[in-house]
Ligand binder design. Structure first.
Ligand SMILES: O=C1C[C@@](O)(C(=O)O)C[C@@H](O)[C@@H]1O
Length: 226
């Protein structure tokens, strides 16, 4: 099966999001809308503008504490997350730490049958194997779609994050890879080990070590046989 890619769109206005999204989806299976790059009051208009593409979009509203740009209150963020769920995107990315603290949000998303990607990031390091495995187990209580992304400072870090695929099962869609230069290989290898797709940028990386769509496509084309 061909490797799927997801283009991270981190634009600062709804019209930019819309035009970048059209360009991205012409060449990729999915796109991630980083809605935290918009002003909160622009989000409803943006979602309306791109409504017809949302079945191929992962919507993310990352707070500053998890490496994102959303600087409003948690209360405001939760209500925007609920609004996003009403647009029924392919997936809504919600941090494990958010779900853990907001039982009411979990209930709400469940009641709406929202497809959720539960995510966890460590921008400083790659924790030890025990911590990673225990995160994976705790996260699997919320969703079958799990994303664990950490910072690699050595090749061992990269191997350790990829070792999570060994404990994952067929029922789980696991996306786990490492950021940073040492993690770059894991952005390719993750798709060989079971990740449903890998994140790329449209040009400038949105996260450390992210390949551009063009670079990833040239890497993946090496697999094509005559
Ligand atoms: O979690 C991820 C992965 C990512 O951080 C990356 O490293 O490609 C990019 C983010 O936009 C996305 O939400």
């Amino acid at each position: 099966m061909a490797t799927k890619v997801c283009v991270t769109i981190a634009a600062s206005s709804p019209t930019k999001v819309s035009s970048e999204l059209r360009g991205a989806l012409a060449k990729s299976e999915y796109a991630e809308l980083r809605l935290d790059f918009l002003k909160p009051n622009q989000i409803p208009f943006c979602l309306t503008l791109v409504r017809k593409h949302l079945k191929r979009c992962i919507c993310t509203l990352r707070p500053i504490a998890e490496g994102g740009k959303f600087s409003g209150s948690e209360k405001e963020r939760i209500s925007i997350l609920k609004l996003i769920s009403e647009f029924e995107p392919y997936l809504i990315d919600v941090e494990y730490n958010t779900l853990k603290k907001n039982k009411e949000l979990v209930k709400y998303l469940k009641s709406r049958k929202t497809r959720m990607l539960v995510s966890w990031h460590d921008f400083a390091k790659t924790p030890n194997e025990h911590t990673l495995r225990s995160m994976f187990k705790k996260m699997s209580k919320y969703s079958n779609n799990i994303k664990i992304v950490t910072m690699a400072k050595t090749i061992d870090d990269t191997i350790r994050i990829l070792s999570l695929y060994k404990i994952s099962t067929r029922k789980i869609n696991l996306i786990s890879f490492a950021m940073g230069d040492y993690g770059r290989m894991s952005r390719i290898l993750c798709t060989k080990l079971g990740s449903p797709y890998t994140y790329v940028s449209l040009g400038k990386p949105v996260a450390p070590g992210q390949f551009s769509l063009k670079e990833m496509k040239s890497i993946l084309s090496l697999e094509d046989k005559n």
